[in-house]
Design a protein around this ligand. Structure first.
Ligand code: NAD
Ligand code: DAU
Length: 342
């Protein structure tokens, strides 16, 4: 089997780290180079099981650092680049948009410039279904296809959409061999406890209030993180250059139903639920039409939500040290500022 060198940016974050672990297991002959600035969301402990693996190397580096990135490409000569690095939390983008524009747009540009210079065979951009904006709750037949117009709601999604347009422009103008995947909400191990599912699990375990925005009826299309890794693996090996692939779980669930499932599983009372002020510009519903990736690449999610949520809760119960460490740091200040109402 051919060996490849894959540069993974953002590989110390939730999905990037799951992808690193997945790829080293699935393709033991591949070299994986992880580049991560280790922002608040990056965590080297997640990568500790592979730190000694001779086919894995880690570089603490900001993707906007042009000189550092070019030197790294020069020394490692990646065949494939997969860009997970991003500021990823919508709420933080509402409080302070600037870093989102810097990392998500300019960082992507730097990685693509290096990819051109060193002639990588594929640049894969990890995008999001949020670039399509939202769908109404009363038209369940509507789904996001790859042809749905870009129509963003938050500074986060606008920055991701800008990056997508830049990626497609680099393909058309410079012939950079790109692919893009637009995935729905991921959940699973190593998810930072500022996002809905891990936040509700850790708060419920501490008998703290569970903050539900607005009426709690907003819908997301949940995908177990390992299924996202499988989809990206298929796209970088078999996807067609210049194409966009939507990736979804066919698992639409409302926020309030998720919160109730978590409470039931942990045998905690629903009296912990607190309805709080809605998120500004809050998208109502996301739902992916996964026909293209299914027909073209044979992708089918392996984990149903009812099983994945149980596995995820079990992981948080078995890996308390991983998230308790996070809760001790700056997280306390973030939580107090963000959730003043509860
Ligand atoms: P995350 O916030 O958990 O991790 C992001 C990682 O990127 C962190 O390790 C962080 O240190 C690193 N990073 C941030 N800025 C950087 C910079 N300037 N240079 C280098 N590294 C930097 O995010 P995630 O949830 O794992 O999301 C990963 C990617 O997937 C993002 O591009 C996001 O837009 C996309 N995405 C996420 C979801 C989801 O449900 N979480 C769904 C679809 C798409
Ligand atoms: O759809 C893909 C996107 O999913 C990714 O691009 C983003 O990077 C990722 O963070 C995620 O965005 P969301 O905004 O959908 O995820 P989040 O977990 O922040 O919120 C999920 C839903 O839960 C959303 O409707 C807001 C709501 N929510 C969230 C938090 C943190 C609450 O009701 N209370 C909360 O405390």
């Amino acid at each position: 089997m051919n060996s490849k060198t894959i540069l993974v940016s953002g590989g110390a974050g939730f999905i990037g780290a799951n992808f690193v672990l997945y790829m080293l297991k699935k393709h033991p002959q591949y070299k994986i180079i992880c580049v991560d600035a280790l922002t608040y969301a990056g965590n080297l402990k997640t990568l500790s099981p592979v730190m000694e693996n001779p086919n894995f190397s880690f570089f603490k580096l900001d993707i906007t650092d042009r000189k550092g990135i070019f030197e790294l490409f020069q020394s490692t000569k990646p065949d494939i680049v997969v860009n997970f690095a991003a500021e990823s939390h919508v709420d933080r983008s509402i409080k302070d948009p600037e870093i989102f524009l810097k990392t998500n747009i300019l960082g992507t540009q730097v990685l693509m410039d290096a990819s051109r210079e060193f002639q990588v065979e594929r640049f894969h951009q990890i995008s999001t279904d949020e670039v399509y904006g939202d769908l109404p709750l009363d038209k369940p037949e509507l789904l996001f296809t790859e042809k749905t117009p870009i129509h963003t709601s938050s500074p986060y999604s606008a920055s991701k959409a800008a990056a997508d347009l830049l990626v497609l422009a680099y393909h058309r103008t410079f012939n950079l061999p790109v692919t893009i995947s637009r995935c729905s909400n991921n959940y699973g191990p190593y998810h930072f406890p500022e996002k809905l599912i891990p936040l509700m699990i850790v708060n419920a375990l501490a008998d703290k209030a569970l903050p539900v925005y607005g009426d709690g009826l907003n819908i997301r299309d949940w995908l177990y993180v390992e299924d996202h890794c499988l989809a990206v693996d298929l796209i970088i090996h078999h996807g067609v250059v210049g194409e966009v692939y939507n990736v979804g779980g066919n698992n639409e669930v409302s926020n309030i139903d998720i919160v109730k499932i978590i409470l039931k599983e942990l045998q905690k009372p629903e009296s912990l639920i607190r309805y709080v002020k809605d998120r500004a510009g809050h998208d109502r519903r996301y739902a992916i039409d996964p026909t293209k990736i299914h027909n073209d690449l044979g992708f089918l999610p392996q984990t149903q939500f009812k099983d994945g949520i149980k596995k995820t809760i079990a992981w948080y119960l078995e890996n308390r040290a991983w998230w308790e460490d996070i809760l001790k740091g700056d997280y306390q200040n973030y939580f107090q500022e963000m959730y003043q109402e509860i």
